[in-house]
Design a protein around this ligand. Structure first.
Ligand SMILES: Cc1cc2nc3c(=O)[nH]c(=O)nc-3n(C[C@H](O)[C@H](O)[C@H](O)COP(=O)(O)OP(=O)(O)OC[C@H]3O[C@@H](n4cnc5c(N)ncnc54)[C@H](O)[C@@H]3O)c2cc1C
Length: 492
């Protein structure tokens, strides 16, 4: 058996491990943290569960190729059935409430009543969402690779995606913010802003709306941790080994050939290595010298990361009368970590009965934006803890004005900053994705680097998220199998 080391037990590392182990590699996963899942994680505090990863999972719907990957890698099982919340978002602006439903026709009916002057733009939006109704990530077997249970190739699948393919370049050229700005009604604009970050391209906005409309993008019960644990159990069930709290320190090469991976325990020899940790971190730290290949230099120069602050509150009150995902406008805007938020997106887990003690509720907020420099400076000048406390107090105060039950009832709080993501997962600037901006090429790491060294994970795709993490694993392990002349085995 060929010895394979996978660096990182995030979603891409775990999926790689399952496919490699099933294809006959003797696979060891090295993970820096104490748990599987990487940045896709949830955790418990005093009886409250804080979901810090999955908000929607593309490929959750049966029949999609990506769904096969989730089931083959053990991510989706009987213990984490998928639920589909609806409405997905509720805009709350003073007395105005506006919903975004899964069924776009229902959303459209509601938007029409708000912005009759926007009916033409709404018609275009409907056309775009409709054009993407059959669009989904393509998962095909590598050419010339021997595959057990090969994926059937369907020309019809491609033909159905043509309308979306034709529109893609146009949508990639504009940002989600510009797209939303075509609407005159400020509430409709705000509602579209809560779907994806307004800075990224409009393709992501339309594609996301279309996955909702097509009945995909649900939430697997038990969230990130159960899904990651399922994958880890599937991997160890195939006799793979995971070593937690064991960071890879260096990929060792001798005479231009791969020797293995150095950890604090010593050198672990390997025939191949798959790097699933953040490739941007790896190019500077995981080799004897920082990589100077053209793509690596470009990546250093051009990469723009998606960063966030993740705030969580355990509230001693039943908030099930409030919507599941509220987008609450703030007047005046909230200033946090040098960023300005005109609205706060609040996830309400009141419907998840085991996420909080009886009669209590877990609330979480994701505050997207480039806050890394601000928090880094706070770490350096010793004010980090104090600033974290101040942010939580401010958020509690501002949210109390919209959800009065919060006042005086907060039992537990938590705030993860980009520094937290660095501490646990060593992602570049504490990021969790790449920001795919319009008209700006994103540099990705190559799947095959050289002599037995492969990349997978979020930086091998344009944007990031869970689907590219899993699909990256599929492509990388297929490339590995092809290079080693091994049959790729999808399922048992
Ligand atoms: C708050 C939040 C919400 C999100 N919501 C969604 C969502 O709803 N839908 C969606 O699709 N995506 C979502 N994402 C994004 C998604 O979770 C990530 O893009 C994806 O999980 C990245 O997976 P990965 O395996 O590529 O990388 P990572 O998760 O970064 O995995 C890499 C692993 O490598 C480990 N590692 C690092 N250095 C070393 C080392 N030297 N040695 C050993 N191990 C190492 C890390 O600890 C980590 O476990 C969200 C992310 C966040 C933070």
């Amino acid at each position: 058996m060929k010895k394979l080391i996978v660096i990182g037990a995030g979603i891409s590392g775990l999926a790689s491990g399952v496919y490699a182990q099933r294809s006959g590699f003797d696979t060891l996963i090295l993970e820096k943290a104490a748990n599987p899942g990487g940045v896709s994680t949830s955790w418990k505090r005093k009886g409250y569960t804080f979901e810090g990863g999955i908000h929607w999972l593309i490929g959750a719907k049966e029949g999609l190729p990506l769904h096969d990957v989730w089931t083959e890698t053990g991510a989706l099982q009987a213990n984490n059935p998928v639920v589909y919340k609806d409405p997905i978002y509720t805009l709350m602006d003073g007395d105005t409430t506006l919903h975004l439903y899964r069924d776009f026709r229902r959303t459209e009916a509601e938007l029409r009543s708000f912005g009759w002057r926007d009916r033409w733009v709404l018609g275009i939006l409907r056309f775009h969402v409709w054009s993407f109704r059959h669009f989904h990530p393509v998962i095909q077997d590598a050419f010339g690779l021997k595959v057990r249970c090969p994926r059937p190739f369907s020309l019809w699948e491609f033909v159905k995606m043509l309308p979306a393919v034709i529109l893609t370049p146009f949508l990639m050229m504009t940002s989600a913010r510009h797209y939303a700005a075509r609407f005159r009604n400020p509430h409709i604009r705000a509602l579209l802003h809560c779907v994806v970050s307004p800075n990224i391209n409009a393709l992501s906005l339309i594609y996301t709306l279309s996955t909702f409309n097509a009945g995909d993008s649900g939430y697997p019960l038990g969230g990130s941790l159960r899904m990651a644990q399922n994958m880890a159990d599937s991997f160890t069930g195939l006799c793979g080994e995971i070593r937690y709290r064991t960071p890879a320190l260096e990929i060792v090469r001798e005479g231009g050939r791969l020797k293995g991976v150095r950890t604090a325990e010593g050198l672990l020899e390997a025939d191949a290595v798959v790097i699933s940790m953040d490739a941007r971190t790896a190019i500077d730290r995981l080799f004897a010298q920082p990589l100077q290949d053209r793509w690596a230099r470009k990546m250093r120069k051009n990469l723009r990361t998606t960063q966030c602050m993740f705030a969580a509150f355990g509230v001693k009150a039943d908030l099930s009368t409030y919507p599941r995902c509220m987008y609450v406008t703030m007047d005046p805007a909230v200033e946090i970590a040098g960023l300005r938020f005109d609205a706060l997106q609040v996830n309400n887990y009141a419907w998840e009965k085991d996420y909080a003690p009886q009669g209590c509720t877990t609330l979480t907020l994701i505050l997207d934006g480039q806050s890394y420099p601000w928090w880094k400076a706070a770490k350096e000048d010793g004010t980090y803890q104090e600033k974290k406390k101040a942010v939580l107090t401010l958020l509690e105060e501002r949210l109390s004005s919209v959800i009065p039950e919060i006042k005086g009832n907060v039992e537990v709080t938590d705030l993860a900053t980009p520094m937290t993501y660095i501490r646990y997962c060593d992602t570049h600037e504490g990021s969790y994705m790449t920001e795919w901006l319009p008209m700006r090429p994103t540099v990705t790491a190559p799947i095959r680097y050289r002599d037995g060294i492969y990349f997978t994970g979020q930086r091998t795709s344009f944007s990031g998220g869970l689907p590219p993490a899993a699909m990256g694993a599929w492509k990388t392990i297929q490339a590995l199998c092809k290079d080693f002349g091994v049959e790729f085995v999808r399922k048992g």
